[in-house]
Design a binder for this molecule. Structure first.
Ligand code: 5GP
Ligand code: MN
Length: 335
């Protein structure tokens, strides 16, 4: 966080403003935790704030403090467009390319409010007047923690602590991915002192699955395929399989990680059909030097982080699998 950012922000939030805070589409724990934490903080500073989510998000996040006040573009498009147009400040959190908010991209692009980015993905787009971008950070929540601590450490209350802990926990795989540093743990220690309940948060997120979700995991694992002679696996889920297990948003979260639990496997992919949207959503995870961010950007119109990225395919499942196999054969010298 440089002086330019912090001073620019201080100046802009010195007097009450109309503030919109945006997570990316298909928000995860980090996106929602960071936006809600920032909102709780700005409310304390007397700003008029609203968190706007481009679409719905998993039910295992529907306990976060303040979550019930989030406006969803898919539910109330007109209200949302008006709020964005009227905003003095528009914070974009946990993403750095306006395409990540899909249907809201144009509205935000054309809005007169000043855009402020806080994000930890690589290669930020140049749309914000103030930018706090750091790909080395474990999570956007850790960045918002640093920001609030710099502005007013005493403001970190139980609500803010629970929101920030959630995103730090989910984006670090419960504090085990390499981006987890001693600083991350020091931040977490402070959040626990401020009232974060790690046991309860873990239970809310990871121990709240439905029977049908576990059945869907069973199908996914039975579809697991290894690419011959390479440390790469992929899984698929088609629409019929999803429907047979009454698929709900968030049910497939974390499935792709099972591929990496295999000894020797360093690249795992899951391809999930979405017939409604006419596309296949792809998730990529790696261990070590192989960059799934590069892979996703090169082959599947996506991106993300070095070890965790996503993308999409507009082709059928069959063609997408074939394209994935061809793509990995082209980069097989990297393994
Ligand atoms: P997931 O696989 O959990 O959806 O996403 C993993 C990471 O990749 C996240 O940090 C997410 O923000 C990023 N990501 C997922 N899908 C896309 C995509 O289509 N485009 C880009 N640029 N990033 C993505
Ligand atoms: Mn994140």
């Amino acid at each position: 966080m440089n002086e330019l950012f912090i001073n620019g922000l201080k100046q802009r939030i010195a007097t009450p403003k109309k503030v919109v805070i945006l997570p990316h589409r298909n928000a995860d724990g980090d996106a929602l935790g960071s936006t809600l934490a920032l909102q709780h903080f700005l409310i304390k500073m007397n700003h008029e704030t609203v968190v706007i989510s481009p679409n719905d998000y998993p039910s295992f996040l529907k306990w976060l403090p303040g979550e019930d006040q989030i406006l969803k573009y898919s539910n109330t498009p007109k209200t949302v467009r008006d709020k964005i147009r009227e905003a003095d400040l528009i914070f974009t959190l946990d993403f750095n390319s306006l395409s990540r908010i899909e249907d809201l991209t144009e509205v935000v692009k054309n809005a007169s409010g000043e855009k402020i980015m806080i994000d930890h993905h690589e290669a930020p787009e140049d749309y914000a007047v103030l930018q706090y971008s750091d790909p080395n950070m474990s999570s956007t929540c850790e960045m918002v923690y640093k920001l609030i601590k710099t502005l007013d450490a005493n403001a970190i209350d139980e609500n803010i602590a629970n929101c920030l802990y959630t995103g730090m926990m989910t984006d670090t795989g419960s504090f085990r991915y390499p981006a987890t540093t001693s600083e991350t743990h020091r931040a977490v220690a402070h959040l626990i002192e401020a009232g974060a309940n790690g046991t309860q948060i873990h239970q809310n997120i990871y121990d709240s699955a439905s029977f049908s979700r576990l059945k869907l995991l069973g199908i996914t694992l039975s579809n697991l395929v290894q690419i011959p002679n390479l440390p790469i696996v992929f899984m698929t889920l088609n629409q019929n399989e999803l429907e047979s297990c009454e698929y709900k948003k968030g049910d497939t979260e974390g499935f792709v990680n099972y591929g990496l639990s295999l000894k020797g496997i360093v690249f795992s992919c899951i391809m999930i059909e979405n017939e409604n949207e006419g596309k296949i959503k792809m998730s990529f995870r790696s261990q070590g030097t192989f960059s799934v961010n590069d892979f996703a950007r090169t082959y599947f119109d996506g991106g993300g982080h070095h070890n965790a990225a996503g993308g999409m395919s507009m082709e059928s499942m069959e063609k997408t699998v074939a394209r994935f196999k061809k793509a990995v054969s082209e980069i097989s010298d990297q393994f």
